[in-house]
Design a protein around this ligand. Structure first.
Ligand code: NAD
Ligand code: ZN
Ligand code: ZN
Length: 377
């Protein structure tokens, strides 16, 4: 089969790779209909992780069940399914508590597994024609039959639940104000979630005008960080600060000139969020970053403004999203027309053009907000 393979920094190509197949009786084989390129893939693409060469990438997958193992009972051949990016066993101490992003059995090297991702276990990704899905009964989210809402449902594997998770981690209540850093796909999904969850006002901070325009279209208030200090703008707009903050940027945060400052967003959030307010961090930070610019950051250590954070009595939640906690409810919001995450899709490409898609999306070129790949096209 064909799959998108990582060969080294800025080098990916669609190659012949070993066919995905049933390996355990609890597996399903899924024919991929849509697989998305994620901002998380770009950390690997840019050589900022320890992902091995030869890995098939792709953790945002949906498709049709082609075959099931003998021990699969709920999921049927022909089902249309969304696959959470987390691979979870369903029965370990963390999975039974709903912490499927931290499954203790799926990844031999630590807590939490994913398809096609650095340090997240030996699993091939789904930017390919077919995908092996372990513990299929637990991991497959069944979607309504047919092909309605394809571009909405494809956001259920990661970024819509992750954006929602950021708002949850911030502990936002209806009627509160919230500011979201990053108008990339994850930040835009946080903004969409905050609006659905009745934020009084949701601000989105970025320096990319095309992405800020989308934020405005979905009812959020854009804050252009290239036009002045984001914290000062927010303080002025709110008359004192926001109740909640979400980091949807992560460790490759940079100032509008492009200079990377891994602690920039975290410290701006601490400054902009009111005393006792909450902060949700879904932008990724890593324990090892060999490509970082200083010695501390190479070990994932940042100059975080902990003194201010403590003095303001703020709280913070972090980490990978437990996708399965949210995906069924978010599917139903889509089905009922209450959510429309497809608004951010800018490009639909055949799998054969995936390398091109990576290159444009990585440069955050104007208008390249979210790329979805169609392996069958
Ligand atoms: N926790 C999870 O489960 C999870 C899941 C998916 C993605 N992620 C992470 O979320 C982050 C965002 O993902 P994405 O797909 O939206 O990526 P993206 O790279 O497309 O978007 C990031 C955005 O942040 C903006 N940005 C950079 N520095 C900034 C700053 N100082 N202030 C404001 N905005 C700034 C960029 O201009 C860009 O628009 C990544 O770190 C990704 O790895 C986490
Ligand atoms: Zn993703
Ligand atoms: Zn588990």
């Amino acid at each position: 089969m064909k799959g998108l393979v990582y060969h080294g920094p800025f080098e990916v190509s669609v190659d012949d790779v070993p066919d995905a197949r049933i390996e355990q009786p609890t597996d399903a084989l899924v024919r991929i209909t849509i697989t998305n390129i994620c901002g998380s893939d770009l950390h690997m693409y840019e050589g900022r992780t320890d992902v091995e060469q030869g890995k098939v990438l792709g953790h945002e997958n949906m498709g049709i069940v082609e075959e099931v193992g003998d021990a699969v009972g709920r999921v049927k051949v022909g089902d249309r399914v969304s696959l959470p990016f987390n691979i979870a066993c369903g029965t370990c101490a963390n999975c039974t508590k709903g912490l499927t992003g931290f499954c203790l059995r799926a990844n031999p090297d630590g807590a939490g597994a994913a398809y096609g991702y650095a340090s997240m276990g030996p699993y091939a990704g789904g930017q390919a024609e077919y995908l092996r899905v372990p513990w299929a009964d637990f991991n497959c989210l069944t979607l309504p039959e047919g092909d309605e809402h394809e571009l909405d449902y494809t956001m259920l594997s990661d970024i819509f639940p992750t954006g929602w998770h950021g708002v949850e981690l911030s502990k936002m209540q209806p009627g509160e104000t919230i500011a979201i850093w990053g108008a990339g796909p994850v930040g835009l999904m946080s903004a969409h979630s905050a609006v659905i969850k009745s934020a009084a006002q949701a601000f989105v901070v970025d320096h990319q005008p095309d992405r800020l325009r989308l934020a405005e279209e979905i009812g959020a208030t854009p804050v252009d960080a290239s036009k002045g200090d984001a914290v000062e703008q927010l303080t002025e707009l709110t008359g004192g600060g926001v109740d909640r903050g979400v980091d949807a940027v992560g460790y490759q945060a940079h100032d509008p000139s492009g200079e990377e400052k891994p602690e920039l967003v975290l410290n701006q959030i601490v400054a902009a969020v009111k005393p006792t307010g909450g902060i949700g961090v879904v932008g990724v930070y890593v324990p090892q970053d060999p490509g970082a610019e200083n010695e501390l950051a190479k070990e994932g250590k940042l100059a975080f403004d902990f003194g201010q954070f403590f003095f303001k009595g703020q709280s913070m939640g972090t980490g990978q999203c437990n996708t399965k906690n949210y995906n069924a409810g978010l599917r139903d919001l889509i089905t009922q027309g209450r959510a429309r995450p497809s608004f951010l899709v800018s490009h639909e490409l055949p799998l054969a053009e995936a390398a091109d898609g990576y290159s444009h999306f990585d440069k955050r070129e104007d208008g390249w907000t979210k790329v979805v790949l169609h392996p069958a096209a």
